[in-house]
Design a protein around this ligand. Sequence first.
Ligand SMILES: Cc1cc2nc3c(=O)[nH]c(=O)nc-3n(C[C@H](O)[C@H](O)[C@H](O)COP(=O)(O)O)c2cc1C
Length: 574
Amino acid sequence: MASEVQTPKMEGDKPSQRTKLRGRAFYESIGSPKLVLAPMVEQSEFAWRMLSRSFLPASEQSNLLAYTPMFHSKMFLEGPKYRDSHFQPLKSAMPSPPDTYHISQLPDSERHLDGNPAFDRPLTVQFCSNDPDDLLGAAKHVAPFCDAVDLNLGCPQGIARRGNYGAFLQETPELIGKMIKKLDEELDVPITAKFRILETKEKTLAYAKTILDAGANILTVHGRRREQKGHNTGLADWKMIRYLRENLPKDTVIFANGNILQHDDIAKCLEATGADGVMTAEGNLYDPTIFAKPPSIGEEGREYWRGRDGKGGYRVDAVFRRYMDIIHKYALGQEPPVRGPLFHPDDPEEPPSPPRDEDEGPPRKRQKQNKPEKGQLKNPNLTAMQAHLFHLLRPLVSKHHNVRDALAKCRMGDIDAYENVLKLTERAVKEGIQAYERDQASAQTTNSAKTNSESAPEGAHDDTQEEELDPYESSLATVARCKRPFWICQPYVRPLPKEAIEKGSMQLSKKEKKRLEEQEAEAKAVGLQPEGRVEKETLETKTSNGHKVEGTTVPVEETQQEDVEIPKEGLVCG
Ligand SMILES: Cc1cc2nc3c(=O)[nH]c(=O)nc-3n(C[C@H](O)[C@H](O)[C@H](O)COP(=O)(O)O)c2cc1C
């Protein structure tokens, strides 16, 4: 399948002629990654990719291929502000029109964050589009800074229906074919595609073949149908992915997507589907350490915690620290603060600390000083912070409302406020671990440890449910399998659609209803509403029209305004 088109490609500051490889040969050339960090609107930005990779040893980092969030191809092509606020590969603005030779002459020191060969590769940049020229134009801007460009064929949201992109292109396979073919022929880097399955095996196979035959080099198969979104998300169908594996040409590179909640699920998915790699989105959002193998017993250090039952995970305070350090170093270009060691239960007792006043956030005066600078307002690494931390700290904030409230008050770019939330988090984790240790000690002495998960201390689990329940029938077994104490990164297990319906049909008491409404309003306020938000941007496009001047037609540039809807964070777009 590999073809031998010579294309210029930049490696560091040395321009080189590199063969554009295709299909499996391309996949092997980037290290045959088995782990794939999904494209996520406003959530798979540079800092998050760095955090996710940081838990893998350096020697294994090429085993993780990361995708950028989806960008709107027309906006990207025509809007310099949109481009520069979403993708920052150079210290200066990206040249437009793209200038591969100029870029190839730039020294390494001109490289900035996205796609930097020193730390942000392998990388795929994803676009949504419905126009081959827009897609190619946008893709040419990013090609010098990434390994591949991906076409989003999975977005199931109303805005994708209105904008005619994502999963709604299922209706026009010939348009999909045109877009992929154009990029396969004219772009310096390979084109790949991510799509959802259809209702039947036969239809899905025919659809996959169309995409493959047009020239897609990797197929990412999200094992859910277009209707499976929001409360109706349900489980992905791994059997359908297996069917594609067995019926597409053997050398097709396939990534399986869906149902990855914990590290162990990656191996299970590879086994069940026969895919080359496994992509995870929500699993990574709630637990950015999901790609890393757990350390051996006795090798936990301070960042990893293991309970007496052998179950464990990375501590949220440890992950939060790493995240903040990445924000300081890369997004703000400053040294991270010097931090003391994380709390460990074997540490000697500390004298009681003086009364604390951080809960309300840093003093007002300091808050004023910490207003974001102009350039930071559109920094994608800063705009994503609050939503990331609400995902990471989900179990913790449901118990520690002071952390939730402090995080909800954080304003974009106010790093002191986020540092304050980190302090509160560290304190909550310390208290949680200390309480666990006390419970374990007293359980041992009285020999009366409770096993019921309702009344068991944090960290104790009910394994009986795990064996008995079918995960397609009930989410309870999955909850039991994944539940960890609040100080540990853990996935959010969605109720199955029928459970959601049953829940909806339940008669709630007035008090319960009010509580749920309040929770919903809170989630909405911080951008965690499942359906997310849509932002309308007005795009100014210049068009050349023929105008009659004194009997002759002369081209005149006219500025037209066009409303384009782009999805904001929280929106599941694939
Ligand atoms: C917050 C969020 C944003 C997403 N944005 C995108 C996107 O930009 N492009 C895309 O193809 N899929 C997007 N998706 C879908 C995921 O890439 C993935 O296909 C889906 O969540 C199923 O995988 P999972 O079960 O591991 O979550 C998004 C998902 C989430 C949760």
